[in-house]
Design a protein around this ligand. Structure first.
Ligand code: SF4
Length: 172
């Protein structure tokens, strides 16, 4: 009976170590994973859809990790290689921070962005919050506009853009 207990404890420790290594390999911050949305990448969706209806905003981060009392969003771009985060990814990540603040009542201290070989903990600040709200307002206004001019000068952003084929302002 003792050997069975020892084996169970051993298996439990091995699982914990494996889980910790998997977490570090995924670039996640230290903390408990409370939500995960890797539906397009073979895992089951379990991350809740975050909705702030009064802001007209919703989204589902790849992971939500509890760090202390706050919940931190993690966005993973496994095929993206860059020396610094894309502006669009930063906005997306900050939007998730805003959604977590609205849905949990606790602002995350940061959001985590993971690329193929890099990872950033991006602070969530009152300025980030204002910027997200301003982008949402711009997007809403653009929906009713007949034409929308390009708002940046980043060729890399256009190269990665999913609507490039339909855009006549794309940069080379
Ligand atoms: S391709 Fe067009 S829509 Fe896409 S990022 Fe560039 S300017 Fe914007």
């Amino acid at each position: 009976m003792v050997w069975l207990a020892v084996m169970c404890v051993g298996a439990g420790v091995a699982l914990l170590l494996w889980g910790e290594r998997a977490r570090r390999n995924a670039g996640l911050p230290a903390g408990r994973v409370v939500g995960r949305d890797m539906a397009g990448r073979c895992e089951q969706t379990s991350s809740p859809l975050l909705v702030a209806a009064h802001l007209g905003l919703s989204g589902r981060p790849d992971y939500v990790v509890r760090v202390g009392r706050a919940e931190v969003p993690v966005e993973v771009k496994p095929h993206r290689r860059a020396g610094r985060p894309y502006e669009s990814d930063m906005i997306q990540l900050m939007a998730y921070c805003l959604l977590l603040e609205e849905t949990t009542g606790m602002p995350p201290p940061y959001g985590t962005l993971v690329y193929a070989h890099a990872r950033w903990d991006v602070p969530y600040t009152p300025e980030s919050r204002r910027e997200v709200l301003s982008v949402v307002a711009e997007a809403r206004a653009a929906l009713g506009a007949p034409d929308v001019p390009r708002s940046h000068n980043h060729p890399a952003r256009c190269r990665a853009c999913q609507v490039r084929h339909a855009c006549d302002e794309a940069l080379a």
